[in-house]
Design a protein around this ligand. Structure first.
Ligand SMILES: *Cc1c(COP(=O)(O)O)cnc(C)c1O
Length: 370
């Protein structure tokens, strides 16, 4: 049996004729940027998350970068981030001229550990940028309370957390703004790159909106800020709007597959993912921890089942970021998770049989050779 980790073509096959129609209609309209699909997508994503504003941008990295610029993060500032994340969360902090300050994670949400934040706060700390990894919110209520207590800005990296909430309060409702990515492999993926900022704050909205088109003000060719060229193309918006019609069904399937893993892998010598109290989980990833990770991955591969390691190396070990960290041993949980984590296939075009097959293969590996 083959079990592919991602199957983007299957998403297209699900929606082939409506997707082709949508793209064709954009092409024939001659409106390729900031058009009706783009505007409606902004509305739809903001509404899904119960916030006032959605600002389409070219990708999730730009969403974070523009958001940070819009709230005035720059040289001399420190921004608290995890080192267990996709590089963009930290890369964008460095790009603003600010200094990332790494705080270790906890293994239930894989997000920043609130208990370790206060020790990292200095007189230069300007913001906290927590990341909602793998499809559920991190301990954002506690993190927000710390940010409020210390007068720090709170920004959210929600690139993997579209539709994720805690007790009905969605990603983007906690901070000044939240960045999303519609990169191909995300739960809602474009046919290329796309991203969005969402925010409840009118001023942040105005600034981001202006910055994505060179910092232009209300009047054309008058510039208020230093800006970017970062638009979400109309064709991508059309593709995303078609896929959005299936997102609930796809996420439901992810949930069903996750339940199979949880049931079938219970009791084995590995750590299953935890869902925090009050959280929904959209299962962007299904992550297990095992100290035999590399062997298990090779074994699964020999059985035709793909798996991925998110993330094999913590950010503070990569050359451009060494100077912001304190080396090996400084973030023990992050470093251990990078050695033990394995992400199992859970994309919505897998069948229950395929998940049973992966689970049985893991059982076989862990019971016969340990
Ligand atoms: C995907 C991702 C990003 C960046 O999004 P792009 O659209 O690829 O630029 C940022 N942060 C996290 C956590 C991500 O997973």
């Amino acid at each position: 049996m083959r079990v592919p980790f991602y199957d983007i073509k299957a998403q297209y096959d699900d929606l082939a004729s409506s997707m082709s129609d949508a793209v064709q209609s954009v092409l024939s309209s001659g409106v390729y940027v900031l058009g009706p699909n783009h505007n409606q997508l902004e509305r739809e994503i903001a509404d899904r998350h119960g916030v006032k504003h959605g600002i389409g941008v070219a990708n999730g990295t730009d969403a974070l970068r523009i958001l940070m610029d819009a709230v005035g993060i720059g040289e001399g500032d420190e921004v608290i981030t995890p080192a267990f994340t996709f590089v963009a969360s930290v890369e964008t902090v460095v790009q603003t001229g600010a200094t990332p300050v790494f705080v270790d994670i906890e293994t239930e949400s894989f997000g920043i550990d609130p208990a370790k934040i206060e020790a990292a706060i200095t007189s230069r700390t300007k913001a906290i940028l927590p990341v909602h990894l793998f499809g559920q919110l991190c301990r954002i209520d506690e993190i927000k309370a710390i940010a409020d207590r210390h007068g720090l800005l709170l920004l959210e990296d929600g690139a993997q957390a579209l539709d994720s909430h805690c007790n009905g309060k969605f990603a983007g409702q906690y901070g000044l703004g939240c960045g999303f990515s519609f990169y191909v492999t995300k739960n809602l993926g474009a046919a290329g790159d796309a991203g969005m900022i969402i925010s409840n704050h009118d001023e942040v909205n105005e600034r981001c909106r202006s910055m994505r088109i060179h910092g232009m003000g209300r009047e054309r060719y008058y510039y208020d800020h230093l800006g970017y060229t970062s638009r979400l193309d109309e064709i991508q918006a059309a593709v995303l709007r078609v896929k959005l019609q299936k997102l609930d069904a796809w996420n439901l399937q992810r949930q069903k597959l996750a339940e199979i893993y949880q049931r079938e892998l219970a009791g084995l010598p590995l750590t299953l993912p935890t869902v925090l109290d009050g959280n929904n989980h959209t299962w962007h990833q299904f992550s297990i921890l095992t100290d035999r990770r590399d062997e298990l991955q090779a074994f699964l591969k020999s059985r035709g089942a793909d798996s991925m390691i998110y993330y094999p190396v913590p950010i503070h070990f990569h050359a451009p970021y060494l100077k912001y960290g304190n080396g090996k041993g400084s973030l023990p949980v992050t470093e251990r998770v990078c050695e033990q984590i394995l992400n199992l296939p859970i994309q919505p075009h897998l069948s229950e049989d395929q998940i049973h097959y992966v689970a049985r293969s893991i059982q076989e590996f862990l019971t016969s050779q340990s």
